[in-house]
Design a protein around this ligand. Structure first.
Ligand SMILES: [Zn+2]
Ligand SMILES: [Zn+2]
Length: 382
């Protein structure tokens, strides 16, 4: 009897928690840029050879992609059927960005494919760099119909001659490996990438890489107000086969959206560069107080089963339990370690009609001390 009274008191306390308003967070934002380098490799073995699944996964979650296109790929045999050009035209019309990645990613001095604008053998002359930049620019204009505002040097190597040639061609934005987020040459603004996690992604490193990325985005993003996530070569890298990277970016974005809500803002690389150039002060984003969200079960009222969906901003130890109106636990639906993102569980009720409550509790595995709990009412109508 004493036990029962105690559990009822606890139950009422939990019910009260449902009505305490969450602390409102300071108005600041976290800008996220998703950049994919080396679109369309020469390796046509790995399927699907398409940018659309990645684009759609990002788009469904409110994001934008910046595709770094090697212009010469558009006239190579790998694009003989013209499908890449069609997809790039579509992606631009949907608000994503096409940026110029050199001309053909091959050095005209030494013939290597690891760099183009800068060579260890001898510096490329101004006229040579101008030629590469202009030829690439014209190819993008002729085939996709866009004039790229952003340039990334193949191999991420360039010199001040490159900067001069770019500004003389009217490029306002560049992305280099320098850590500086600022003007680097006569108004040429640099927005570097922060990290890459998917270069050779496998099932084995999928989850550790997810945790690392989320932790890094949190640490960098909450102090800098921005984060640029780099991906490579959509078609060739081992990790893109089987859609593993598409699934991965979906989980990353679900987690960010759950944690920061509308304070996370996805921008193209040049959109973000423009924003940082014009904004005078950038206030870092606050870490949310309550790190998880739930939605109402569906259907509700129900008979005899209903589904409970909930989101975890970080991987957590999760329990989902069902109580009756007396506060007695009558079902234990989930008791497990779960990853960040959306999850669902179904309750198949074999009890009498009436009002029931479900309680979702999560204790973060990656951020000690972060816990959250939510309780909601549902009605079983037989
Ligand atoms: Zn070279
Ligand atoms: Zn490249």
């Amino acid at each position: 009897m004493g036990m029962k009274k105690k559990s009822l008191k606890y139950f009422l306390y939990l019910l009260l928690l449902c009505f305490i308003p969450l602390k409102s967070a300071a108005q600041s934002k976290l800008v996220i840029v998703l950049r994919v380098d080396d679109v369309l490799s020469r390796n046509t073995e790995i399927l699907p050879r398409t940018i659309t699944p990645f684009q759609n996964a990002v788009e469904q979650r409110g994001g934008k992609v910046t595709w770094l296109v090697i212009p010469h790929r558009l006239i190579e045999s790998a694009n003989a059927d013209g499908s890449l050009v069609r997809e790039l035209k579509t992606t631009v019309s949907r608000g994503h960005e096409v940026a110029q990645h050199g001309y053909n990613h091959i050095c005209l001095v030494c013939g290597q494919s690891g760099h183009e604008m800068w060579c260890p053998t001898r510096p490329l002359l101004y006229g040579e760099q101008m030629q590469l930049i202009q030829s690439g620019r014209k190819l993008l204009q002729d085939s996709i119909g866009v004039t790229a505002a952003l340039f990334v040097s193949p191999g991420h190597n360039e010199d001040s001659t490159t900067y001069r040639a770019l500004t003389d061609n009217g490029f306002p934005w560049i992305s280099t490996t320098k850590s500086v987020r600022n003007d680097i040459f006569n108004g040429l603004y640099n927005l570097p990438s922060d990290a890459e996690y998917t270069w050779s992604m496998t099932d084995a490193n999928y989850r550790p890489q997810l945790e690392s990325a989320l932790n890094h985005i949190r640490a960098e993003g909450e102090t800098q107000g921005c984060y640029t996530l780099l991906f490579h070569d959509y078609f060739i890298r081992q990790g893109y086969a089987g859609g593993i990277v598409v699934r991965w970016i979906g989980e990353v974005m679900d987690s960010l959206n759950l944690r920061y809500g509308n304070r996370v803002q996805y921008m193209t690389l040049s959109g973000a560069a423009q924003y940082f150039k014009t904004v005078t002060s950038l206030s870092p984003i606050d870490s949310p107080v309550i790190p998880s969200l739930t939605s109402q079960n569906y259907p509700n009222p129900f008979n005899p089963s209903t589904t409970i969906r909930y989101g975890l901003p970080s991987s957590s130890n999760v329990t989902v339990k069902v109580f009756n109106i007396l506060g007695e636990q009558i079902a234990d639906l989930v008791n497990a370690e779960q990853s960040a993102g959306w999850h669902e569980t179904t309750w198949d009720a074999s009890v009498a009609s009436g009002v029931y409550f479900y309680r979702i509790a999560a204790v973060s595995l990656s951020e000690p001390g972060q816990r959250s709990m939510q309780m909601k009412k549902m009605i079983l109508l037989k």
